[in-house]
Design a binder for this molecule. Structure first.
Ligand SMILES: [Zn+2]
Length: 293
């Protein structure tokens, strides 16, 4: 149960960026995160995981990320707060001063390196931040998502689908299931994401874990805000807690899960997603309010 906030990401001679560039990540700064063609978004999606784990989400690592033209001196850095503790990670590839290595520092204004080299840093980052697998399966920039598109009406299906795809990477039944679960929470527990908490039981293995992204999109509960918790049970179930001890549990109906697992193929995925989207909450879920304990 950790609260993570990325505050700064920077890069030099990284992929197509030669000149040093630093992006400050401010809460509610929508443009940085979701700007359609924004330089910030795509670069951040690459530079953050690369700095943290040594690999981008598209599996680029090592020499792959060094700018072609320069061919050396690649440096990326990331500043973040984990439970209000400040950390900085500097990753170097073919760097004239540091070679190929990574440094982890802790404490603001403190330049002491607490872990050095991929062998030491990666397990430590996985311990203090989260496992790489979980990182790649979810989007961490969720604090922006609330204002991003949770308020769209269901009639704007096309728009919703487009944005889910943009956020999650693809459209499938489970991300839509999660999206619908989050919508129910918003309706029953109120729209304020800061007074809600979500406990998700899907585990972190796709396709079930796609539910996590769906829930982040519509409920406003996000990993970035620290009000999402994930358990490894491997079941399509979520519990929300709201103000005044209000509780809500949503279970995907077993027959729907069976249908998804047995009938959805690559070819009918979009069609099936539409079908899920247009089903009512009662058809899809068993919903318990307040009385599941
Ligand atoms: Zn998915």
């Amino acid at each position: 149960m950790i609260k993570v906030r990325f505050s700064k990401v920077g890069m030099e001679n990284f992929c197509c960026y030669i000149d040093p560039m630093e992006i400050e990540i401010k809460d509610n700064d929508l443009t940085v995160i979701v700007g359609p063609n924004g330089i910030g978004k795509s670069t951040m999606f690459n530079a953050i995981p690369f700095t943290a784990y040594g690999e981008t989400s598209s599996k680029l690592k090592g020499d792959d990320v060094v700018n072609n033209k320069i061919g050396k001196n690649c440096h990326t850095w990331l500043e973040l707060y984990i439970d209000d503790e400040f950390y900085r990670i500097d990753r170097y590839v073919k760097h004239s001063k540091f070679g190929t290595t990574v440094h982890l520092k802790k404490g603001k204004g403190n330049n002491e390196i607490i872990k050095k080299g991929q062998k030491e840093v990666k397990p430590e980052v996985e311990r203090i931040l989260m496992p790489q697998k979980l990182f790649f399966n979810t989007k961490l920039f969720g604090q922006k998502v609330n204002s991003f598109f949770t308020d769209l009406e269901d009639s704007k299906q096309k728009e919703i689908f487009r944005k889910i795809e943009q956020f999650h990477g693809h459209l499938g039944p489970y991300v839509l299931i999660g999206y619908k679960m989050g919508k129910i929470a918003k309706k029953k527990l109120g729209p304020n994401p800061f007074t809600k908490k979500a406990v998700i039981y899907t585990g972190i293995k796709p396709p079930l874990s796609c539910i996590i992204d769906g829930i982040q999109i519509s409920s406003g509960c996000t990993l970035g805000k620290g009000n999402i918790f994930i358990y490894k049970d491997g079941v399509p179930k979520v519990q929300f807690k709201g103000e005044n001890g209000k509780k809500l549990e949503i279970n995907l109906k077993k027959c729907i899960q069976n249908e998804i697992d047995n009938e959805v193929t690559k070819e009918n995925m979009i069609k099936y997603s539409e079908k899920i989207f247009n089903k009512s909450d009662i058809e899809l879920f068993d919903i318990l309010l307040d009385n599941y304990e």
